[in-house]
Design a protein around this ligand. Structure first.
Ligand code: ZN
Ligand code: ZN
Length: 174
C-alpha cells in the first residue's frame, strides 16, 4: 500500500489497512507465524510536512531461544511517523548537519507525495518482534550433548569439558 500524503493537504484523513508481512521478508527464521499486521490512524498536515499517528497490532508465534518450543506473542501499541520534504533536508546549513542527523532517524523524507507504506510497516514490526523469547523464565533448554529437553527430564550427560583449558595447562611450567 502507498500513502498519498496529498490527500491530507486540506484536512486530516483516517487510514486503516491490513498488511501481510512475512517472516521471510523480515529475515527472522525464529518467527514461525505472523498474523496480518493491522494499522489504523490519522494522517495530518504539519508545519513542514505530515504526521501519521496510529495504532499497530499483530500477533504470532516465535521459538523459545533455549528449547525451541513455540512461544506466542501479541503486540499492540501506538506508532507515529513524521514525513518531511527532502528539500528541507538539503536546505540545512553546514553547521546544523550533525544535530539533524540524530533526528533524521525518525523522519521519512519524501520527494513525491506518494510514499510506499509497506517498508515502514516492516521496519516497525521488526522493532517490535520479541528477541530471544522464552517459553518460561526458567526454561532449562536443550542439552547441548544429547539434545533432550531438560524441562521434561534430566539427562545423564556430563557437562562438556573445554579442551582449550587442558591445552593451556599443558603449556604452563611446573
Ligand atoms: Zn523453552
Ligand atoms: Zn543430555
Amino acid at each position: 500500500m502507498d500513502l498519498d500524503l496529498e490527500k491530507a493537504l486540506d484536512e486530516p484523513v483516517d487510514l486503516s489497512h491490513q498488511f501481510d508481512v512475512t517472516s521471510q521478508r523480515l529475515e527472522r527464521d525464529d518467527v514461525l507465524s505472523l498474523s496480518p499486521v493491522s494499522f489504523s490512524g490519522h494522517l495530518r498536515k504539519a508545519d513542514t510536512g505530515f504526521v501519521l499517528d496510529g495504532q499497530l497490532s499483530f500477533d504470532g508465534t516465535t521459538t523459545c531461544a533455549r528449547c525451541l518450543k513455540p512461544v506466542s506473542f501479541r503486540r499492540s501499541g501506538p506508532v507515529s511517523w513524521v514525513f518531511a520534504p527532502s528539500h528541507e533536508k538539503n536546505a540545512v546549513g553546514e553547521g546544523e548537519e550533525v544535530e539533524l542527523s540524530a533526528r533524521d532517524l525518525d523522519i521519512v523524507w519524501y520527494d513525491d507525495f506518494v510514499v510506499p507504506f509497506d517498508p515502514l510497516i516492516d521496519e516497525q514490526v521488526l522493532l517490535e518482534l520479541p528477541m530471544k523469547a522464552l517459553c518460561r523464565d526458567d526454561c532449562r533448554g536443550l542439552c547441548p550433548m544429547c539434545g533432550s529437553d531438560r524441562n521434561v527430564a534430566a539427562c545423564t550427560c556430563a557437562e562438556p569439558t573445554d579442551d582449550r583449558w587442558s591445552a593451556l595447562k599443558a603449556l604452563r611450567p611446573r
